[in-house]
Design a protein around this ligand. Structure first.
Ligand code: HEM
Length: 389
């Protein structure tokens, strides 16, 4: 509970796994697993529902798509699927391209062209600027203008504080009975931040809903929601509860992944060089870098996949609960109801063996190892020769 409040739960859990192995008890009724088999057992089985400790309705009392129960989730997903179709993606591509161009122009301004001059850039911040602007535009046709103004929109600043507030709220649930009392003891500012954050985005959603007649550019997510919403769709409060979640889901995660990948690349110049070589050898002009064209670059694809593996933005995994009646995880039978556990992806991926076999961190390691290559044999076991390097 304290580690959750301090914000170092992932590191605490990793330390416990380092000491005790693949399964550890992290609370009286909560286990943490770090094996690949546990990952597929937990997330590949619909019976293991999201852990209720982390599911709270939004400020308006309604659940977002992430917190919705099974029946509502089907409704929400059906409606949202239109905004994620291939056709929608093709129409949305110019929006993304325009923000990437703007990001590159802004970085060009910040970094002098001369090869000898130096500039210090907080690239994590710039990735957040671009992803929040993109998500604002994609969700309801209105950018947050972070790139243009070179600083976070107030909503984004509040959002980062509200993450901490969410952890505090979740930590209170670890003492059943005390939950309400503890929540009352939380500083007023924590509750207020959560409310401010919701109110700001609700105002945007409502503004966009009022424009339903003009339908903006007709390609933002809201346009699809409005076009296909029917009696089996979503109510206005459900839409208002879901959009704040979708903005965060699409922006902060992507920015974190990009920052992690950039960190790997700048610290491993040989890998960076191979990537630069592939990209510059494939395009002569930025406009040629379409979704379709870049999806055909094998090294870039491998760098992104590998980057997501070793710099997982959702480091704690997504907490789940054992269904009533129990269930088996990686050969361990667990009773239902009270047993709660999660797979901390960050801990799994910090495992030294996983880092040692990463081509991103060791350019000599082949990134497309086939079944017969010595590299893939060494992948089979942490005790192999490779892991001792
Ligand atoms: C590197 C980028 C991303 C990562 C690491 C990531 C990770 C995740 C994770 C771990 C979950 C929770 C899954 C669960 O609890 O079962 C999730 C859910 C979700 N994400 Fe992402 N995500 C990313 C990008 C995006 C983007 C770009 C969008 C939208 C444009 C998005 C929209 C969503 C939505 C709507 C959900 C809720 C799905 C549901 O509950 O049915 N995500 N994401």
């Amino acid at each position: 509970m304290l580690a959750l409040q301090r914000g170092d739960l992932v590191h605490r859990i990793k330390a416990l796994h380092d000491q005790y192995g693949e399964v550890v008890r992290i609370a009286p009724d909560e286990l943490s697993f770090v094996s690949g088999k546990a990952f597929s057992d937990i997330y590949g089985n619909k019976d293991f529902q999201k852990n209720p400790i982390w599911i709270r309705p939004q400020v308006n009392g309604f659940h977002s798509i992430h917190g919705a129960n099974d029946t509502d989730h089907v409704r929400f997903r059906r409606l949202f699927s239109h905004a994620f179709s291939d056709k929608a993606r093709r129409l949305q591509e110019p929006i993304l391209q325009s923000y990437v161009d703007l990001l590159m122009n802004r970085l060009d301004e910040k970094v002098p062209a001369s090869a000898t001059s130096k500039a210090v850039i907080d690239v994590g911040q710039w990735y957040n600027f671009v992803t929040f602007d993109i998500m604002g535009d994609l969700c309801f046709g209105e950018s947050f203008h972070c790139l243009e103004e070179s600083h976070y929109h107030p909503w984004v600043t509040i959002l980062f504080s509200s993450f901490k507030a969410a952890a505090l709220f979740a930590s209170c649930k670890y003492l059943p009975g005390m939950d309400r009392v503890l929540r009352l003891m939380l500083p007023k500012s924590v509750t207020q931040k959560r409310r401010d954050h919701f109110d700001m985005i609700k105002a945007r959603v409502d503004r966009r809903l009022e424009q339903r007649g003009t339908d903006q550019k007709n390609i933002d997510f809201m346009a699809y929601i409005l076009r296909f919403n029917d009696e089996k769709g979503m109510t206005i409060p459900e839409i208002e509860a879901t959009f704040p979640f979708v903005i965060v889901a699409g922006s902060e995660t992507t920015a974190t992944a990009l920052a992690g990948i950039t960190n790997c690349l700048v610290n491993h110049p040989e890998t960076l060089q191979k990537l630069v070589h592939e990209i510059r050898g494939s395009f002569t002009h930025p406009a040629d870098m379409t979704f379709e064209a870049i999806s055909k670059l094998p090294y870039l694809g491998a760098v992104i996949d590998e980057g997501l593996r070793i710099c997982a933005p959702v480091a704690l995994g997504s907490p789940r609960a054992v269904p009533v009646g129990g269930g088996t995880i990686d050969g361990h039978w667990l009773p239902g109801g009270v047993s709660l556990y999660s797979v901390p992806l960050g801990s799994l991926l910090c495992n030294l063996f996983f880092l040692r076999v990463s081509f991103l961190l060791r350019p000599s390691f082949p990134f497309l190892a086939d079944a017969t290559s010595p590299a893939s044999e060494s992948f089979a076991s942490p005790d192999s020769d490779f892991s001792r390097h």
